[in-house]
Design a binder for this molecule. Structure first.
Ligand code: S3P
Length: 450
């Protein structure tokens, strides 16, 4: 578990050109799903390129607690001997999901239609996040949840003994909610349906299909309708996890801010439900080329070639793009601070319930660095100061949030004075090699000696 117990203060300083190849780790969303679906298949699933970040390692431990055999063979190479749909055993101990909202929410979905009881906990950040968005649909299947006030962890879930299929319209754009309902639907008889008004990341649908489930998606006037036929026998798969576009965002944005940079990021997922940041950066004037497009592990991937081109210009990000770049707004806010003109991000209130309140965390940190921001419940506006215009010279609070920590460190590479973060330890949840990878490209990022 990461957190304030052993904070790791870090600093980034203005750097010379970033160059080279940035091999970012495997996709976090796909890594969680590969372990969970592997645990629900009958037989051995092989995974390569698994993200070995703390969030995913917590999910691997959880799958063992529910009875799957999970083995690490080499870096990123894992196998999962699954127990089959409905085959989860009752865990003997509390399941600690650490910092991971995806982990806890998907695992609750995966166990809620099996007649077992499990108790979930997490770190200080996860314990503040809303779980009602998951337990509400789980109750429709027949599961019961006993948590703290406001539907917070720690929480005990009593799985449904006689689950019924569910038709559920997600009240907010959330791939976690959609995925939890689909995973719960696996062990319900008949057809479970999810309707989402805006398309969110579709890794669960793609992977369920790959594991042999009957699942279809159609666009309807109410939104995207996903229909899953329950109680399939899932067949084990070989899953090659593509590199994470959300992690790639950090070296890519750093290269766009540091004069003279040119980097390549190979094998990054180009899934259209994930690439909103890249579309936005190109609209701002970024030079990003997609080379060698191909398919890996059921996902479109390409090699990204990124060149510094000078000043980027502020843009209005269309709210309907939010779901496809929801994790990238913090680093976009850092880029926007170095752009010319305003960057307007509307329709982003979901950022308030991530690992931290990301609107507040970015706004306060940017202000401390000398950048003007405006915000309301659903909006963040950053007034760009131009390529050399961010004063910096502040230490920003990361609030147990990996993406806040990395975003301010990226900004520090281009600011006039160094930018620090009070705690870089959460970076290990999603991007454990961040420091080494960025230093390898030429970034001056260091730990601050206590
Ligand atoms: C994720 C969905 C998103 C995202 C998170 C990963 C997933 O969360 O922010 O990092 O893997 O399904 P929401 O479902 O809350 O939007």
């Amino acid at each position: 578990m990461s957190g304030h117990d052993n904070p790791i203060p870090m600093t980034a300083r203005r750097s010379g050109p970033l160059t080279g190849v940035a091999e970012v780790p495997g996709d976090k969303s796909i890594s969680h799903r590969a372990l969970i679906l592997g645990a629900l298949a009958v037989g051995e699933t092989r995974i390569t390129g698994l993200l070995e970040g703390e969030d995913v390692l917590d999910t691997a431990r959880a799958m063992r607690a529910f009875g799957a055999e999970v083995t690490r063979h080499a870096p990123g190479a894992w196998s999962v001997h699954g127990v089959g749909v409905g085959g989860f055993a009752e865990p003997e101990a509390v399941i600690d999901c650490g910092n991971s909202g995806t982990g806890v929410r998907l695992i609750i979905g995966a166990m809620a239609t099996t007649p077992i009881t499990a108790t979930f906990t997490g770190d200080a950040s996860l314990s503040k996040r809303p779980m009602g968005r998951i337990t509400d649909p789980m109750a429709l299947f027949g599961a019961r949840a006993y948590g703290r006030a406001g539907g917070r962890l720690p929480m005990t879930i009593v799985g449904a003994a006689a689950p019924v299929p569910v038709r559920y319209a997600t009240p907010m754009p959330s791939a976690q909610v959609k995925s939890a309902v689909l995973l719960a639907g696996l062990n319900a008889p008949g057809q479970t349906q999810v309707i989402e008004r805006e398309a969110t990341r579709d890794h669960s649908e793609r992977m369920l299909r790959g594991f042999g489930a009957e699942i279809s998606t159609e666009d309807t006037p109410e939104g995207r309708l996903i229909t899953l036929t329950g109680q399939p026998e899932l067949r084990p798969q070989t899953v090659a996890v593509p590199r994470d576009p959300s992690s790639a965002a950090f070296p890519v944005c750093a290269a766009l801010l540091v004069a003279g940079s040119e980097i390549t990021v190979p094998g990054v997922s180009q899934n259209p439900t994930r690439n909103g940041l890249y579309t936005t950066l190109i609209e701002m004037g970024a030079d990003i080329a997609y080379e060698s497009p191909r398919e890996e592990g059921g996902e479109p991937v390409a090699d990204l070639r990124v060149r510094f081109t000078g000043a980027l210009k502020g843009v209005e990000v269309p709210p309907e793009r939010a779901a496809s770049m929801i994790d990238e707004y913090p680093v976009l806010a850092a880029v926007a601070a170095c752009a010319t003109g305003r960057t307007v991000m509307r329709g982003v209130k979901e950022l308030r319930v991530k690992e931290s309140d990301r609107i507040d965390a970015m706004a306060r940190g940017l202000e401390a660095c000398g950048v003007t921001v405006e915000e309301d419940e659903d909006t963040l506006i950053v007034h760009g100061r131009g390529p050399d215009g961010v004063p910096g010279g502040a230490t920003c609070a990361s609030h147990l949030d990996h993406r806040i920590a990395m975003s301010f460190l990226v900004l520090g590479l281009a600011a006039q004075q160094p930018i620090g973060v009070d705690d870089g330890s959460p970076i290990a949840t999603s991007f454990p090699v961040f420091e080494a990878l960025m230093s390898g490209l030429g970034a001056t990022i260091s730990r601050v000696d206590g």
